[in-house]
Unconditional design. Structure first.
Length: 405
C-alpha cells in the first residue's frame, strides 16, 4: 500500500471477534479519526445476537469498509457486496479488503440500491447518514425488502437525532418485524425482518432516482440572458442558495463567448448549475462530467437534459480525478476545488487537468481564496498555464487560466 496516496491519512486498528483488522482511512471520508462508534455498536449487536449464518451480505454506504470487511473476516466463506455513491470510499474499501487479505468482496458504486444487480442477501447492513432526507431514509429502510431474502435480516445504525423517525417508519409498516432494538446516548441500532407477504410485490422497474425519491425542489437562475431550471436533490448542497464559488463561475461565463467549445469538462458538479448553464448557453459538442459522487453526476445530467441538451452527448466519469476521462483535448475545463481537500489533492487535480486542456482552451477554477492563492502560486512557479484573470469576493476566488502563447 502506498502511504504517499494524496488522500491517505493514517491506519486504524479494529479488533472484531478476536481478529485485528487494519483500515487505511482518509480525511475526506466519514470517521477518519477511528472506526465510528455507531459502526462498532452495530457490529457488536450482530455478535451478541449470534448472527453468524450469512452467505451473502450487502453493506450499503460502505465508506472505507469497516462493516463489510469485519463481517467478511468473521465468516470468510461469505460473499460481501460493498457499495457507496462516493468513488473515494470505494477506492479505500478496495484497498482495505486487499490490506486484510480478504477475497470474495465485491466493491462497486451505487446510489442507494439503484445499482445493486443482485438480491437474496442474507443480511443488509448500513450506518445510515442523518442528512439524507426523510424521503430517502424511508426508501433505504423499506426498499430493503427487494434485496433481502425471505427470512433474511436488515441491521442498521442511525444517530439518535433521527431515531424517532426511523422508529416510526419501521413500526408503521405492517410487513416489518423489529427483532432487536437498542439505544445508546448517541446511536440507535435496529435489526428487522420482512413478513412473507413483502416478497410478493415485484421490484420497481425504474430506479429510486428516476422515481423522484431524491428530489427536493426546483430553482431557477438567469445566466447571460438564459433562464435555467434546476431540480435539486437531498444530500447535496446548494438546494436553496448558490455558493459564492458557483456565483463567481456563473458570472464569468461571458469569457467563453468567443471560445469554440467542442468538448467541455466540468468537475465537482454538485446539483448541476455550472454544467447546465454552460450546455444551455454554448451548446458544446459534448459535455463530460467528473465527480466522486454518483448522485451529483446523475442530477447534473438530468438537469442538463431537461434544459434541452441531447442526452447522448453527456458523459459521466465517476472518480476522484481526471484519470478515467478518456478524451482528446478539452476546450474548457471548469470546476470548484473543495476547500476541505488539501493542497496535494488540488495540485494533482490541476496538473491532470492541464494535460487535458487544448492549446487554445480555457480553465476556470473557483474555491476559497487561500486554496486559489496556492494554486496560482503553483501555476506560476511551474509555468503550467498563463493566469488570465483572478477575482475575489467574500473570501472566495475565481481563477481563469489559458496556455501561454
Amino acid at each position: 500500500m502506498n502511504n504517499s496516496d494524496i488522500y491517505f491519512k493514517k491506519n486504524v486498528i479494529y479488533n472484531y471477534r478476536g481478529k485485528n483488522l487494519t483500515f487505511r482511512v482518509s480525511q475526506s471520508l466519514f470517521s477518519s479519526h477511528d472506526i465510528d462508534l455507531g459502526t462498532k455498536h452495530l457490529l457488536e449487536t450482530l455478535t451478541n445476537e449470534g448472527f453468524n449464518s450469512y452467505n451473502k451480505v450487502l453493506d450499503l454506504g460502505c465508506g472505507y469498509g469497516p462493516i463489510g470487511i469485519s463481517l467478511k473476516s468473521a465468516y470468510q466463506s461469505s460473499i460481501i457486496h460493498m457499495v457507496d455513491r462516493d468513488a473515494l470510499a470505494l477506492n479505500f474499501s478496495q484497498q482495505n479488503a486487499k490490506l486484510n487479505n480478504l477475497n470474495g468482496i465485491k466493491v462497486y458504486g451505487s446510489l442507494g440500491y439503484d445499482d445493486v444487480p443482485e438480491k437474496d442477501f442474507d443480511l443488509i447492513v448500513s450506518n445510515i447518514p442523518a442528512k439524507v432526507g426523510e424521503q430517502v431514509l424511508s426508501y433505504i429502510l423499506e426498499d430493503a425488502k427487494f434485496y433481502v431474502r425471505s427470512g433474511g435480516r436488515v441491521a442498521i445504525v442511525v444517530i439518535d437525532a433521527i431515531g424517532d423517525y426511523v422508529t416510526k417508519v419501521l413500526k408503521s409498516n405492517k410487513n416489518i418485524n423489529i427483532i432487536f432494538r437498542k439505544r445508546w446516548p448517541e446511536h440507535l441500532v435496529f435489526h428487522y425482518k420482512f413478513s412473507p407477504d413483502s416478497f410478493v410485490e415485484p421490484r420497481p422497474k425504474s430506479s429510486a432516482f428516476d422515481r423522484g425519491i431524491y428530489d427536493r425542489g426546483q430553482k431557477s437562475i438567469s445566466v447571460e440572458g438564459f433562464k435555467i431550471s434546476i431540480k435539486t436533490t437531498y444530500g447535496l448542497p446548494e438546494f436553496d442558495t448558490l455558493s459564492y464559488e458557483t456565483e463567481l463561475l456563473l458570472n464569468k461565463m461571458h469569457i467563453l463567448k468567443n471560445q469554440q467549445i467542442q468538448k467541455a469538462v466540468l468537475f465537482n458538479v454538485g446539483q448541476g448549475f455550472i454544467p447546465t448553464a454552460l450546455s444551455t448557453i454554448f451548446k458544446p459538442e459534448e459535455v463530460n462530467l467528473v465527480d466522486r459522487d454518483l448522485q451529483a453526476l446523475r442530477i447534473s445530467k438530468r438537469n442538463i437534459i431537461s434544459n434541452g441538451y441531447p442526452a447522448n452527448r453527456v458523459y459521466l466519469f465517476h472518480g476522484t480525478d481526471f484519470s478515467k476521462v478518456n478524451l482528446g483535448s478539452a476546450d474548457c475545463i471548469i470546476g470548484i476545488l473543495d476547500e476541505k481537500d488539501n493542497f496535494k489533492i488540488h495540485s494533482t487535480l490541476i496538473k491532470q487537468a492541464v494535460l487535458k486542456l487544448s492549446d487554445s482552451g480555457i480553465m476556470m477554477l473557483s474555491s476559497s481564496s487561500t486554496a486559489i492563492t496556492r494554486i496560482e502560486t503553483l501555476i506560476r512557479k511551474e509555468k503550467l498555464l498563463g493566469v488570465f484573470e483572478r477575482q475575489k469576493s467574500k473570501r472566495k476566488s475565481i481563477l481563469v487560466l489559458k496556455h501561454k502563447n
